[in-house]
Design a protein around this ligand. Sequence first.
Ligand SMILES: [Zn+2]
Ligand SMILES: [Zn+2]
Length: 281
Amino acid sequence: MADKFSTQLFGAFLMFFVLQPFVIKSLEFESVQNLEGAQKGDVVNGLNQIKKYLHSYGYYHHDNEDTLDDRFDDSLESALKAYQDYLGIDVTGKIDSDTIKGVLTPRCGVPDHLVSNYRFNGGKWTNRSLSWSVKNSVNVFTPYELTLALTAAFKSWADVSPLKFAKAGKGKKGDITIGFFSRDHGDGYPFKAEEFAHAFPPKDGRLHYNAKWDWTFDPTKKGENNKIDVQSVGVHEIGHTLGLSHSSDTSAVMYPYYNPGSIKRDLTDDEKKGIKALYRN
Ligand SMILES: [Zn+2]
Ligand SMILES: [Zn+2]
């Protein structure tokens, strides 16, 4: 009897803590699944979500995100083609299964194509020695664990550039400020469902992780292989804080998408050249 009860209790626990977050994550994209097959000329309920998505990341140009409609127009077709080309999938200009897969993959919140009204524009630091600090609004890891992962992430860039990084003294604010936040966190860029992190360019230096996702230090550990590697994302977002934008090379650390469970901590030759060129003099 007691056993049966505890089994039920365990089941309820699983439902609540394991299944619920997944439902919440995918809720905003429920209608995206129904858009498969849509093409130019169609009017489909929910198409405005794809427009919004492509608008957010710099593919679909429109003055006001709130007035996007459900018509599959010429601009949506060309935006989709540009998006598919960037992702390295077939360029069909239609909403096919690969496109839906792309839209449902967790990504960085920084646009792939810079839009003039975004603050995510280039620039570089004049100082070669930069400090960093951590201040969370949500505690996901212990400060010690997080420091280890971030130190390693900064090392990836320090190893291949003239830049040096050091953690700011206790209570001091660094040039680069890092933390875990959720949804609307006061910087004008509330996290969207699909976004795992975002960061601002020099000399702003803010780097925000989205606390909503499941994070890990080591996706190879048992039970961690569906989580997001804090160090891999750290290397990516630090790249933004140093002035780099996204790369359409799927093997690049600066590629905007991340498959949970994967490790991507090593910079490609192009990225090494990129940071060297940016801080050459
Ligand atoms: Zn990014
Ligand atoms: Zn933020």
